[in-house]
Write a protein that binds this ligand. Structure first.
Ligand code: PMP
Length: 287
């Protein structure tokens, strides 16, 4: 991803892609003082763009720093960098972090906070799983308690176990891993929220120790519009056996059907297809 043409917005300026570098003593690199967003633009418009910019600022506050730009300035930056790269369907990655400076220890209050936005083309997150149903591994890592880490921030530090989980999953031929939380309840995948269907009703984990995704909230709204009952609750591992359908939601994943989690199989059923197709229509129709 580093050696290519194009432009990246960095600290208020568009810089050539290859020059968008940081110093090795960047605080974020050593201590995970970084927050980010993943967004998608469809036909030139970023879906739920302002919600993502607001979440970036909130995530930074949760890990104890301020993004030095307003939501309006972040919006401007995202569209400027899309234009500079001549992209209208794109993945948008905003990131803010504690940079290099006076401090190089755990504390870094005197270092500048920096921000960048990059955009690139990115197709289906799970490839052809979008049609057939993704195969998920079950991770040995548990989503941590909100008393252990700010679990609701989209912060780099929370992704260490996600990367490890996803590598283990890929080594077994799976597209992703489902994670339980610190209490043992079903939580989410490594970069997407999870939904289940049983007897025409939908069950999804209560987001009390992981990201309440923007896609998740959008899909819950779509289900409400269809008068489908949604239960947001704690889900026990033993319940996996009884669920008929399953899908993942996320900006990158969109609505991806799940065919298998560990030894449990799910059908890519009518409601799953309906949500996947309707979400695709919505993102193209609506900002
Ligand atoms: N959980 C995690 C850990 C994620 O990284 C993401 C992707 N941002 C999500 C859930 C889904 O969030 P959203 O729908 O806002 O993209």
């Amino acid at each position: 991803y580093d050696d290519r043409d194009g432009f990246i917005w960095m600290d208020g300026q568009l810089v050539p892609w290859r020059d968008a570098n940081v110093h090795i003593l960047t605080h974020a690199m050593h201590y995970a003082s970084s927050v980010f967003e993943g967004e998608r633009a469809y036909h030139g418009k970023i879906f739920k763009s302002v919600l993502h910019s607001e979440r970036l600022k909130r995530s930074a506050n949760m890990i104890d720093f301020d993004v030095p730009y307003t939501v309006d300035q972040i919006e401007e930056a995202k569209y400027a960098v899309m234009k500079a790269n001549n992209l209208s369907d794109a993945y948008v990655r905003a990131v803010a972090w504690r940079g290099a400076g006076e401090d190089m220890g755990v504390a870094s209050a005197r270092n500048p906070v920096r921000m960048a936005v990059a955009v690139w083309e990115w197709g289906a997150y799970y490839g052809d799983a979008k049609m057939k149903g993704a195969k998920l591994d079950i991770s040995k890592w548990k989503r941590p308690s909100p008393e252990t880490i700010p679990s609701h921030a989209k912060a780099a530090g929370l992704y260490m176990i996600c990367t490890m989980s996803k590598h283990a999953a890929e080594a077994k031929g799976c597209s992703d891993a489902m994670m339980f939380d610190y209490r043992g309840y079903v939580a989410e995948a490594t970069g997407a929220n999870i939904f289940f269907v049983k007897d025409g009703e939908v069950h999804t984990p209560k987001p009390d120790c992981f990201l309440n995704g923007i896609t998740r909230q959008t899909v819950i709204g779509m289900l409400a519009d269809r008068q489908v009952k949604v239960h947001e609750r704690h889900i026990e591992p033993a319940e996996l056996e009884g669920f008929e359908q399953c899908w993942l939601t996320g900006t990158a994943a969109e609505v991806t059907p799940v065919g298998r989690i560990g030894d449990y199989n799910f059908e890519v059923g009518a409601l799953t297809r309906e949500m996947s197709e309707s979400y695709e229509k919505l993102v193209r129709a609506d900002g």
